[in-house]
Design a protein around this ligand. Structure first.
Ligand code: PEP
Ligand code: MN
Length: 343
């Protein structure tokens, strides 16, 4: 539930409400609403049955939250969240672009790709050092060596780093080298991993599970937020449907749904969402038009030779062309005030 305070509620009124909630053993979080402060209550609200919160000074109204996720819900946190990562704002006015190879394959491959990614204007370099592959015989990633190459690329280009963590043991090394921890689709409901990654102090990007509903996805975000980090970014990367032409079906309607249900920023990954490099540009532009806060895309200097996901990787030339389109479209949307309504 959320306790909505009066516009003229004093700091003392608010702290008395918070103390009363906490004395019952529940958690209270103060949030800024559009005009007034809101106190979010987490836990079993029957514990508040004997306390007349609505009669306390400064309390305007109490609203129950019907959903099983709270911290991730827009009811709980009406303002859209903007996550500031060293000056790069995810969820702000400009779309944030994360680009790079599916996997870190070698120092040369990564540094070459990082230069292209930087030239196109992206803010983040992506690249898997721990790869969750369908077959145990496929390339599994360079692990810590790959993380070191990512850190070197950050030094050289100033790009921020996002890379996937696949195990609880991998959290410490990935957190040491990356700016954002990526949880992949296959681990979206690995609740043990979600609880631990939420404690590491770094922002987390949570990809949608292969067959996850939006409700399951937002509940997975709730696990991470409840463990400690408020900085969760969602990433739509396509879901399994009966369609076989594309690798997955990119669910762009999820962008509008998430914007309504949650305050968290959402990124779209048209590489994994389609599996086909030719479809990345149209789907990337459609994602921006739908209101996505950014894009994640795979880029490789030589996709034909990529150790994984070459068919859904852009060449440098195609990536630079796409970025030009993204810039024009976002400018048009800003100039014409076309940002979709969210609430
Ligand atoms: C990836 O981004 O490298 C990846 C493995 O994607 P997903 O988890 O969406 O399959
Ligand atoms: Mn990939």
């Amino acid at each position: 539930m959320v306790i909505i305070m009066n516009i003229d509620a004093t700091e003392k009124d608010i702290s008395e409400v918070v103390n009363t909630v906490e004395e019952t053993g529940l958690q209270a979080k103060i949030m800024e609403g559009a005009q007034q402060k809101i106190v979010g209550v987490i836990g079993d609200k029957t514990k508040l049955a004997s306390v007349a919160i609505e009669a306390m000074n400064g309390v305007e109204n109490i609203v129950a939250i019907s959903k099983s996720y709270k911290l991730a819900s827009r009811e709980f946190h009406p303002q859209s969240t903007v996550i500031d990562i060293g000056g790069v704002k995810i969820g702000g006015a400009e779309p944030v672009i994360m680009a790079g190879p599916c996997a870190v394959e070698s120092r040369e491959q990564l540094l070459m790709t990082a230069e292209i990614v930087k030239k196109g204007g992206a803010q983040f370099l992506r690249g898997g050092a721990y790869k969750p592959r369908t077959s145990p015989y496929s390339f599994q990633g360079l692990e810590v060596e790959g993380l070191k190459y990512l850190a070197e690329a950050r030094e050289k280009t100033g790009l921020k780093i996002i890379t996937e963590v696949t195990t609880v043991e991998g959290i410490a090394p990935v957190a040491e080298y990356s700016d954002v921890m990526q949880i992949g689709a296959r681990n979206m409901q690995n609740f043990g991993l979600l609880k631990e990654v939420g404690k590491c102090g770094k922002p987390v990007m949570l990809k949608r599970g292969l067959s996850a509903t939006i409700d399951e996805w937002l509940n997975a975000a709730e696990y991470i937020m409840n463990a400690g980090t408020p900085d969760v970014i969602l990433c739509e990367r396509g879901i399994r449907t009966y369609e076989t032409y594309t690798r997955n079906t990119l669910d762009l309607s999820a962008v509008a749904a998430v914007k309504h249900l949650s305050h968290l920023p959402i990124i779209v990954d048209p590489s994994h969402g389609t599996g086909k490099w030719r479809m990345i540009k149209p789907m990337a532009l459609a994602a921006i038009a739908a209101g996505a806060d950014g894009l994640m895309m795979e880029v490789h200097p030589n996709p034909a030779k990529a150790m994984s996901d070459g068919s859904q990787s852009l060449t440098g030339e195609h990536y630079l062309d796409l970025m030009e389109g993204v810039r024009k479209l976002s400018k048009f949307m800003r100039d014409e005030n076309l940002a979709p309504l969210v609430a």
